[in-house]
Design a protein around this ligand. Structure first.
Ligand SMILES: NC(=O)c1ccc[n+]([C@@H]2O[C@H](COP(=O)([O-])OP(=O)(O)OC[C@H]3O[C@@H](n4cnc5c(N)ncnc54)[C@H](O)[C@@H]3O)[C@@H](O)[C@H]2O)c1
Length: 335
């Protein structure tokens, strides 16, 4: 198969980990062609634009992008690039799997949770934000729609079915946010009723956080609204050894963007010690999305084997390897 993907190397550690992710994709002989485009601080400095038109055109054309972390400059006038990308391409489902791997600093064994986060609406968007003239009151609007709730919940149940998962947990705060979270829950219940083969449970978001910390193995697939999903998925990343192990896919009808959950890590940029696994695991998600499940599985196995053997791993995993030598160890395990 021949598929061109848009590649955004990103800022900070982005170029270091992207170079290694592409090395493993090439080692897997995926038949991918890469169209390198720019976004983030890098693009702002070169083109005066955080998200230049040619980058958007490339994603529109190829429909698949692999993206390194992007730095959104601090200060007024800069909107989050990730939020903008999700909006432009209507990337409504943010799929964030976490899996505990022996050899990481994971707090638990046998954690295997997929959080599906609504990605295009809700409190996270901070719609119509304003501060009152006297500076005493800040406000922003939270909008939930039937359509947004329906399509993300359906995505979660379809994912559960296709991945042979047995349970989906609907996470909400409908006891207090009766209209907005209430609408999400009502719609999600309706969708759940169409999937009698999958167990559906409902859980309030605060209780979910406690149960995730105390007994994470009880969770399988979680589906929730934007802000809750943002927080819960980072909590889940913490359960399996940190952000260096957490990938994410942003899925829409016409495009999909795959990325590491972590940011550009300016504190370690340029030192060749960043853990490349999150972006490699996002690459595995991309391969599955493209129908290359076998290669995705082989990449997974190579990563888990290198970590379990503590072979040339990066310092965040307790090793003394570099981004490059750790990737060598992974590539040597790709059969
Ligand atoms: N998806 C994205 O593009 C994305 C996500 C989050 C933050 N950001 C941006 O990234 C910048 C830095 O944000 P931050 O410092 O809050 O979060 P961060 O995720 O970049 O870093 C948090 C901590 O985790 C460490 N870390 C992150 N990734 C790592 C890796 N692969 N290997 C080893 N250690 C790793 C960092 O060194 C740092 O100590 C900000 O400009 C923020 O806006 C981008």
């Amino acid at each position: 198969m021949s598929q061109t993907i848009s590649v955004i190397s990103g800022d900070g550690i982005g170029p270091e980990i992207m170079q290694e992710a592409i090395r493993v994709l090439d080692a897997l002989d995926c038949g991918l062609h890469y169209e390198f485009v720019e976004a983030g601080l890098n693009a702002l400095e070169k083109h005066g634009d955080l998200l230049p038109g040619p980058t958007l055109d490339s994603i529109r054309k190829n429909r698949i992008a692999l993206k390194g972390p992007l730095t959104t400059p601090v200060g007024k006038g800069f909107r989050s690039i990730n939020v903008t990308l999700r909006e432009i391409f209507d990337l409504y489902a943010n799929v964030r799997p976490v899996l505990s791997v022996p050899g990481t600093r994971a707090r638990y064994e046998n954690v295997d949770i997929i959080t599906v986060r609504e990605n295009t609406e809700g409190a996270y968007l901070a719609a119509d934000s304003r501060i009152s003239d006297d500076g005493e009151t800040a406000e922003s609007k939270m909008v939930i729609t039937r359509n947004g709730s329906e399509r993300v919940t359906r995505y979660a149940f379809e994912l559960a079915r296709s991945a042979d998962r047995s349970k989906v947990t609907l996470v909400h705060k409908a006891n207090i946010l009766k209209t907005v979270s209430g609408m999400f829950l009502d719609v999600a219940r309706d969708v759940a009723s169409e999937y009698p083969d999958i167990t559906c449970e409902e859980m309030i978001v605060d209780a979910t956080c406690m149960k995730l910390v105390m007994d994470p193995q009880q969770f399988d697939v979680i589906v929730t609204t934007n802000l809750f999903g943002d927080i819960i998925s980072d909590l889940c990343a913490g359960l399996v050894g940190g952000l260096g192990m957490a990938p994410g896919a942003n899925i829409g009808k016409d495009a999909a963007v795959f990325e590491a959950v972590h940011g550009s890590a300016p504190d370690i940029a340029g030192r060749n010690i960043a853990n490349p696994c999150a972006l490699m695991l996002a690459s595995a998600q991309m391969l599955s999305h493209l129908g290359m499940q076998d290669r995705a599985q082989r990449l997974h196995l190579a990563i888990t084997s290198a970590i379990s053997s503590a072979d040339r791993t990066t310092p965040d995993l307790g090793g003394s390897g570099t981004t490059g030598t750790f990737t060598d160890a992974i590539i040597e395990r790709i059969d």
